[in-house]
Design a protein around this ligand. Structure first.
Ligand SMILES: *Cc1c(COP(=O)(O)O)cnc(C)c1O
Length: 354
């Protein structure tokens, strides 16, 4: 494999000069700050928010680097992991010319981000058992293919992708391979972050939105080589993670065991939910899930979805999605929420007319 980051980049990005913010030019904490036109008296809302936040979120990255066993400059933080997805396309894909590969059924944001950036999408569906088809993926690659998105555990199917298939793609593609691990904290396997040294073309994406319970803060993580991370830092908006978010994430990281406790409870809830769904006669299949949601195949999925909405129980209708005909996706809630869902689900009776 000959991976050359410089030649993969869009030419104008390779020559870009970064915007230098006031906080870039002087990073010290002590002093009289008259450089950023801030309000010296404080904030009009409770809390200390009158100063611009650290543009590179160093404290968070140092903590994360320890937890994830990487260097701090191998970590990127974005306004949700969706920002990292968007920045990767902006760095590597020339609009109207380059393409990227997605593996449906998968997370919808890759496609949205590609469309916004005018990047052509090539689709290589997963196999019937929702696994990668590495040979077909590599056959779909042409000179203009810059990025391949692999989601593992995959949304909406819930399963992990086989590592040997991911390696096969990484080893035979000279562009960027993004492995989206939004649900990795729920999965029984270790993160691909451990493979970063081996694969210079690997970008791993994780998020604080799921297991960590911080979706409203909008913060996601990207892990890659220091070279790739420095490119993302170059093109991101200067203050993309708010001071309030940084404060709260640091609090969360100082109690890293809280996430394990919650994940444990969610997994217990999932096992119970799966067991009860499997007992239902109407259910055709409950797919294996390595995440905090389950995909269920059932006749009249769309009708059930609408019926449940009337009962104020909101799940996700995936019945129109590739390979997911008649499928519903259900997030694992608290035991009470799961029970309410199951009761309403069981009370749905097929209309007898027509
Ligand atoms: C939920 C989810 C994300 C997280 O997005 P954020 O912008 O970090 O909230 C990323 N990827 C997948 C596959 C997801 O399901």
């Amino acid at each position: 494999m000959s991976f050359d980051l410089k030649s993969l980049l869009r030419p104008h990005i390779a020559g870009l000069k970064p915007y230098s913010s006031a906080r870039d030019e002087y990073a010290g904490k002590e002093g009289i700050f008259l450089d950023a036109n801030e309000n010296p008296y404080g904030s009009t809302a409770p809390g200390n928010f009158n100063r611009y936040p650290d543009p590179y979120q160093i404290e968070i990255k140092e903590k994360l680097a320890e937890i994830k066993k990487v260097k701090p400059d191998q970590v990127f933080l974005g306004n949700g992991s969706d920002e990292a997805i968007d920045l990767l396309l902006r760095a590597f894909c020339n609009p109207g010319k380059d393409n990227m590969i997605i593996l449906p059924p998968t997370y919808g944001m890759y496609e949205v981000s590609a469309s916004i950036n005018d990047v052509e999408i090539k689709r290589v569906p997963l196999s019937e058992d929702f696994q990668l088809q590495p040979r077909k993926i590599l056959e779909a690659v042409n000179d203009f293919t810059k990025v391949i998105f692999i989601c593992s555990p995959n949304n909406p199917t819930g399963n992990l992708m086989k590592k040997k298939d991911i390696y096969q793609v990484l080893e035979n593609f000279n562009g960027i391979v993004v492995v989206d691990e939004a649900y990795i904290d729920f999965a029984p396997e270790v993160s691909m972050v451990a493979e970063l040294e081996k694969y210079p073309n690997l970008v791993v994406i994780q998020t604080f939105s799921k297991a960590w319970g911080l979706a409203a803060l909008r913060i996601g993580m990207g892990f890659a080589s220091t070279q790739i991370i420095s490119i993302l830092n170059l093109i991101k908006p200067p203050y993309n993670i708010s001071g309030l978010t940084q404060e709260k994430v640091l609090e969360a990281l100082s109690l890293p065991n809280a996430v394990y406790g919650m994940v444990g409870k969610i997994m217990e809830g999932k096992n119970e939910l799966v067991r009860k769904l499997e007992e239902m006669d109407e259910v055709i299949q409950v797919y294996h899930s390595d995440a905090n949601f389950v995909l269920v195949k059932i006749p009249q999925a769309k009708e059930i979805y609408h019926y449940l909405i009337e009962e104020k129980i909101i799940i996700r209708d995936r019945s129109k999605v590739t390979l997911c005909e008649d499928c519903l996706r259900i997030s694992v809630g608290t035991p009470e929420e799961n029970e309410a869902f199951l009761t309403a689900f069981a009370s749905y009776t097929k209309p007898t007319t027509k």
